[in-house]
Design a protein around this ligand. Sequence first.
Ligand code: FMN
Length: 184
Amino acid sequence: MKVMAFVGSPRRDGNTEKLVKAICKGAKERGHEVDMYHLSEMNNKGCIACDACQRQKVDFCSIDDKLTTLLPEIAKADCLIVGTPIYMLHVSGETKNFLDRMRAFLNPDLTTNHLPGKKYITVTCSGAPAAQFSNVTDYLNYLLDFYKMENAGNIIAGHLREKDDIIWQTKMLEEAEALGRKLS
Ligand SMILES: Cc1cc2nc3c(=O)[nH]c(=O)nc-3n(C[C@H](O)[C@H](O)[C@H](O)COP(=O)(O)O)c2cc1C
């Protein structure tokens, strides 16, 4: 299984990255091929609403950046992991740009290409208690389910302020690793 993991936090080695890495560790133990990407280090642009993807003028996206080169890889992957910190009550800007660019997989009649049947796992990290931002996980599930992807788990972590705080939430890290190990 080919797994692609996207970290939407600009804070290197922070809580989001640690949880995503724990899932990746489990997935690697299971023998899956795993690649992790830091969205904030890819210099990705936001969607420019050129509609080239909607008019089938391009294979995936007209924007000349790293994410466009990864879209065909995403099309070939079996599982996507999307991790985001909660910023101002929602996903981070990097994560939202990434999700907007997924429009490349949407047809004008709202059917979807390439993504149906792929698995996904989401991770959210907030300073507030986890339950306070479960709506963001609901949003991610709603969007990815709309793409007819299959939910393989959600990690919703809270009480995270300093970048190492998740280290003390050993059960949460174990849960993340177990999700990765369960992927099939
Ligand atoms: C710009 C910014 C906005 C934030 N907004 C919220 C918020 O609305 N609610 C919240 O609970 N935590 C908020 N936080 C805290 C982060 O969600 C939390 O520290 C998270 O663990 C960061 O993830 P990271 O460790 O991967 O960087 C914010 C942090 C930053 C830097």
